[in-house]
Design a binder for this molecule. Structure first.
Ligand code: SAM
Length: 217
C-alpha cells in the first residue's frame, strides 16, 4: 500500500519526520489550534485519520484519559511503527493504531476499533492534521470520517493552503515534499457538511484550521 498514491515517501521520511516536517518553526501552531477546537474530553472516542507518527497523541491521550479511546489510522506502516513506539513509551491506555487507507477502509472496521468487542461505537470527535489533502480522492476520506462520527460529533481539519505573498514558492515546495495537494482546499467540505463551523488561519494563510459539528437529527 505504501507504494501507491505517493505514500512510498513516508517510508523514507518516517525516521526523521518529527523534525523534518517543520513542526516547531511552522506547523505546531495549527496542531495546537486544531486540538483546542477538537476539545477532547474524558471518556471521548477520538478518530485520527492520517495519524502519522502520532504527533497529535500527546494532546489527545491525556485529555480523553483511561476511559477514552483514540484510534489512529494511517496507510504507512513506517509512520505507524513510530506512532506505536510513542504510545509504548508514554504508556497511554486506550490507543489503537490501524493500518488502512482512509479513502477505502470500511467505516464498520473503524467503528469496531472505536468500540469494544461486539459493540462498535461512533466517534465523538474526528481529527485530520496535515493529512486530508494527501488522501486521494480526499472526498472519499472525508466521507469515511462522517460515516464514523456520531450526530453532534466535532470534526476538525488542519491542512495546508498557499500563503499570501513572498512565502508562496516555499509553501509549494513544502507541500510537494510532503505530498500534499495544495490546490485541494478540502476545508470547503467543512462549511458544506457541518454546522457551528469556525475557521482560523496562520502563517499568512498557509496553515488552515477548520472545525464544525456533524448535524443532529
Ligand atoms: C504529512 S503526514 C501528517 C501526519 C500527522 N497527522 C501529523 O500531523 O504529523 C500525512 C500522513 O497521512 C498519511 N496518509 C496519506 N494518505 C493516506 C490515506 N489515503 N489513508 C491513510 N493515511 C494516509 C501518510 O502516510 C502520512 O503519515
Amino acid at each position: 500500500m505504501e507504494g501507491a498514491g505517493g505514500l512510498g515517501r513516508y517510508r523514507l521520511l518516517a525516521a526523521g519526520y518529527d523534525v523534518l516536517s517543520g513542526e516547531r518553526p511552522l506547523y505546531r501552531v495549527g496542531r495546537l489550534a486544531g486540538t483546542t477546537a477538537l476539545a477532547p474530553a474524558p471518556g471521548d472516542r477520538v478518530l485520527v485519520l492520517g495519524c502519522g507518527t502520532g504527533m497529535d497523541l500527546p494532546l489527545l491521550c491525556p485529555a480523553v484519559g483511561p476511559r477514552g479511546r483514540v484510534v489512529g489510522v494511517d496507510a504507512s506502516p513506517a509512520m505507524l511503527r513510530r506512532a506505536a513506539r510513542r504510545v509504548e513509551r508514554n504508556r497511554w491506555e486506550g490507543v489503537r493504531l490501524l493500518r488502512a487507507d482512509a479513502t477505502t477502509v470500511a467505516p464498520a472496521d473503524l467503528r469496531a476499533a472505536l468500540g469494544e468487542p461486539g459493540a462498535p461505537a461512533a466517534a465523538d470527535a474526528v481529527l485530520f492534521t496535515y493529512s486530508l489533502s494527501l488522501m486521494r480522492p480526499w472526498r472519499a476520506a472525508w466521507a469515511t470520517a462522517l460515516a464514523c462520527a456520531r450526530p453532534g460529533a466535532r470534526v476538525v481539519l488542519v491542512d495546508l493552503g498557499l500563503p499570501h505573498g513572498w512565502a508562496r514558492p516555499l509553501a509549494r515546495a513544502a507541500c510537494a515534499l510532503g505530498g500534499s495537494d495544495v490546490r485541494a482546499r478540502p476545508w470547503t467540505a467543512v462549511r458544506a457538511d457541518l454546522v457551528d463551523v469556525s475557521a482560523r488561519e496562520f502563517r499568512g494563510g498557509h496553515v488552515q484550521v477548520h472545525a464544525g459539528r456533524v448535524p443532529e437529527g
